[in-house]
Ligand binder design. Structure first.
Ligand SMILES: [Zn+2]
Length: 124
């Protein structure tokens, strides 16, 4: 990152040291991280690399435990998720085939995370 301008993500990471900052899910004020509401792996798939570092609307401060729990998935219980996903699709200017392919992955649960379901894993 030498010589490059500081990213918004970098600025947010600095905010984590602020004593007033809390996890937006559980309220913890330690071990804080910046989570991507639309996960990084999905942004990469959409070719939205700059968004990983500079799309502030997609950032949320959560503690390490909550972040790990969500993993690289979409949390549909978070009201911000679907509007951000629509925006991401718009920004990615997907061709119809790509759109269908990614939508199918989302529908099949590849990136979808349901808080309630994860707390009680299904036995196969
Ligand atoms: Zn938390």
């Amino acid at each position: 990152m030498k010589g490059k301008p500081k990213t918004k993500l970098f600025e947010w990471q600095k905010k984590l040291k602020d004593k007033e900052v809390k996890c937006s899910r559980c309220g913890r004020n330690y071990y804080l991280t910046v989570d991507h509401i639309i996960p990084q792996n999905l942004l990469l798939q959409l070719n939205l690399v700059d968004e990983i570092y500079n799309w502030e609307e997609n950032f949320e401060i959560v503690c390490g435990a909550c972040n790990k729990f969500k993993g690289g998935m979409l949390d549909l219980a978070n009201p911000k998720t679907l509007p951000l996903l629509e925006e991401a699709f718009k920004r990615a200017k997907l061709q119809i085939e790509e759109y269908n392919q990614i939508s199918r992955k989302i529908e099949n649960g590849k990136w979808v995370y349901f808080y309630e379901k994860r707390t009680r894993p299904k036995l196969k």
